[in-house]
Design a protein. Structure first.
Length: 244
């Protein structure tokens, strides 16, 4: 039921509250923090939206005004005012009247300070200086003028002061000439391993046994030959003794 009531209020606003002619005017483009061209965000003066006498207005007129302020505050993503208006709309008519007369402007001013302070994030020197100046003053008129105009003017100065990026020339690699053998270069053929025809081992065979292996075989053979000679001499002596 609440959303139906809200929809009905919006329809009534379209007929009862005339739109400001200045709101329909096209805004001059501005720059975002990345120096890209964007459409400026315009913050409305909520004091100009209150066009009724809050002391003599009926409860219906008060609620219509509150819904209009709520719609604008939500469109501007204000952090404080929308919740405050919703709470008063759920209360009594006297609470809503008192809020619109005395408290709505203070909550809106707080929102403007929050939005101004957010401009400091990632800002250049001109934007930081203009933001701090607006915060130091703190009045609604100064904060509103900064958000709608001063911020974009200071940002344009920061973007204009940035160095223009220059294109870096691409260095093509120089081809390296391949070395050509000169006429005086002597090509030494690689010696192929010799193959013993009688060597076992399948295709190609193996290398002949040389070095320490040959010496070992010769030593064993000499030892056997020496032992054989000694055995022969001993045998002859025994045979001579037997014959005698």
């Amino acid at each position: 039921m609440r959303w139906k009531l809200f929809a009905g209020v919006l329809v009534a606003l379209a007929f009862l509250i005339p739109a400001a002619p200045a709101a329909a005017q096209a805004q001059v483009p501005g720059l975002d923090p990345g120096c890209l061209t964007i459409e400026r965000k315009v913050y409305k003066d909520f004091r100009e939206l209150i066009t009724i006498d809050l002391d003599t207005a009926t409860n219906t007129e008060l609620r219509l005004l509150a819904y209009r302020l709520l719609a604008e505050a939500s469109a501007e993503s204000l952090p404080v005012l929308p919740k405050a208006i919703e709470d008063r709309l759920n209360g009594t008519a006297d609470d809503l009247r008192a809020f619109l007369k005395s408290d709505v402007q203070g909550r809106w001013q707080t929102d403007l300070r929050v939005k101004t302070n957010q401009a400091m994030t990632g800002a250049g020197p001109n934007v930081r200086a203009a933001t701090q100046k607006a915060l130091d003053d703190g009045s609604i008129d100064v904060l509103l003028a900064f958000l709608n105009t001063g911020l974009y003017d200071a940002r344009a100065l920061d973007c204009a002061a940035q160095p223009t990026p220059t294109a870096t020339p691409t260095v093509q690699p120089t081809p390296t000439a391949s070395a050509t053998p000169s006429a005086s270069t002597t090509v030494v053929p690689t010696a192929a391993p010799s193959v013993s025809p009688g060597a076992p081992g399948g295709e190609g065979g193996g290398l002949p046994v040389t070095g320490s292996d040959t010496a070992t075989v010769a030593g064993i053979g000499g030892t056997l030959l020496l032992l054989g000679g000694v055995g022969y001499v001993i045998g002859r002596r025994r045979r001579a003794r037997f014959v005698a």
